[in-house]
Design a protein. Structure first.
Length: 245
């Protein structure tokens, strides 16, 4: 089967060009989902409801909302509303400030329209470009884009070593798998002030980010799921490390 062919009928929104149809079906996150559905379920038809494409060229599918007419192997109908968005990474940044006993978390604040939050605190994070990108390389790139800090891949700590393919973040709707890392850096007070100065993010992608730090003990106050998960995993590692010394 060619990479723009499907094992079941796929309907597209009116006006979708042949080129966009082919590009969409070649998108790795779409291809991955189609292949898995064909293997594990009985699918009679898939309807693409809408597609959001990236701002940059060459453009690629960013979000794909679809409806699948699917049944399990016993023949029971299933809820088939799906949002394909691909995989993402998150990085818990731990700053050990000179003269301070407690480490600090470096957080990004940005508007999150889906949550109706004008300035939600989160860990640095970003989506993986579809294809063969290594999540570790994406983590290094997103850290620099959102905070200005440069890290080597070898400095990143994998927070979920038992999940090399990431963990599913919202299985009732999305295909997204998350890869979580921790990165620590020792800084002076002057360096800390410099890190938090200015605005970061990709303006071309409507991403406007401010940085702040909070004591690591306040990680439990984070509302964002990936951020809270990363903090809990890091705290568990810290507790194990202290108990072993």
């Amino acid at each position: 089967m060619k990479d723009d062919e499907t094992p079941f009928p796929v309907d597209f929104p009116p006006g979708t060009s042949p080129e966009d149809k082919s590009d969409l079906l070649r998108t790795p996150m779409v291809r991955r989902w189609i292949d898995a559905m064909a293997e594990r379920f009985s699918v009679s038809r898939v309807t693409i409801v809408s597609v959001d494409w990236t701002f940059r060229r060459p453009r690629r599918a960013l979000f794909v909302k679809l409806r699948a007419d699917a049944r399990d192997r016993v023949g029971r109908p299933l809820n088939g509303i799906v949002l394909l968005r691909g995989d993402a990474v998150g990085i818990l940044v731990v700053l050990r400030v000179e003269g301070e006993a407690e480490p600090r978390l470096l957080l990004v604040r940005q508007a999150r329209v889906p949550a109706a939050e004008p300035a939600l605190a989160e860990i640095p994070a970003g989506m993986m470009d579809h294809g063969s990108e290594n999540p570790l390389d994406v983590a290094v790139r997103e850290l620099e884009e959102e905070t200005g800090l440069k890290a080597a891949p070898s400095e990143m700590v994998v927070l979920l070593p038992r999940h090399p393919d990431g963990y599913l973040s919202s299985v009732g709707l999305m295909d997204e798998r998350l890869f979580l890392y921790a990165w620590e850096k020792s800084v002076t007070r002057a360096e800390l002030e410099e890190i938090c100065r200015g605005e970061h993010g990709e303006g071309e992608e409507n991403e406007f980010i401010a940085l702040e730090t909070v004591p690591a003990s306040r990680g439990a106050e984070l509302q964002d799921g990936k951020s809270l998960t990363a903090w809990l995993l890091w705290r568990a590692r810290e507790n194990e490390r202290k108990e072993s010394t």
